[in-house]
Design a protein around this ligand. Structure first.
Ligand code: ZN
Length: 197
């Protein structure tokens, strides 16, 4: 899957790939893996992330296995269009934090012949669809859903359960703030939360 297309093809055709899943599911690792392969294929690669995402490191997209790639921090999707001009492969990490304008940004990039790889959370901590990701999933040529492991029972996890009480949509943080749970354990955790409040 995701064979790097023949660059000698006279007509440059772009497309969109989405890598989605819960926290701790390896989205960024998969994004970096694909970008590294494109780089080996001598393609011009750039990665963008939203200014809101500042955990660990300001400049680098840092995955949990510390396999980092330098990135450009942008304030909004329009800036991606501006900075992506000279690149053939455009990676976007933590894409859920961009607004719904990201859909048209990604379409514009793909329409101009670029390969666009978007990684982001598909659901927020309540289990509701997150920002532009569902729109991108509908529009993308390729969608990959990666899973974490439920820390309560060991099944595949697709929910990011928040372990601290806070109703804000965006609470940055990692291990101390979220835990990956499967459907059953997530529902149990929601029930426990209701009983405790
Ligand atoms: Zn579970």
């Amino acid at each position: 899957m995701f064979l790097e297309k023949d660059r000698n093809n006279s007509q440059r055709v772009g497309w969109i790939e989405v890598i989605c899943g819960s926290m701790f599911s390896g989205k960024t690792e998969e994004l970096i893996r694909r970008l590294n392969r494109a780089r080996i294929a001598k393609q011009k690669v750039e990665i963008f992330k939203p200014a809101i995402e500042t955990r660990f490191d300001e400049q680098n997209v840092v995955s949990h296995d510390a396999n980092s790639v330098t990135s450009t921090v942008v304030e909004n999707g329009s800036q991606i269009l501006f900075y992506a001009e000279d690149f053939e492969v455009v990676g976007i990490d933590e894409a859920q934090f961009f607004g719904e304008e990201l859909l048209s940004v990604c379409n514009d990039l793909a329409n101009s012949g670029k390969r666009v790889i978007v990684a982001g959370l598909d659901m927020d901590f309540r289990g509701k669809s997150f920002g532009p990701i569902p729109l991108l999933m509908a529009t993308a040529e390729y969608v990959t859903k990666v899973h974490a492991i439920c820390i309560r029972c060991g099944n595949l996890a697709n929910y990011s359960h928040r372990t601290v009480k806070n109703d804000k949509l965006v609470v940055l943080g990692e291990i101390e703030t979220y835990e990956p749970l499967c459907r059953r354990c997530f529902n149990d955790a929601l029930m426990e939360g209701k009983e405790n409040s």
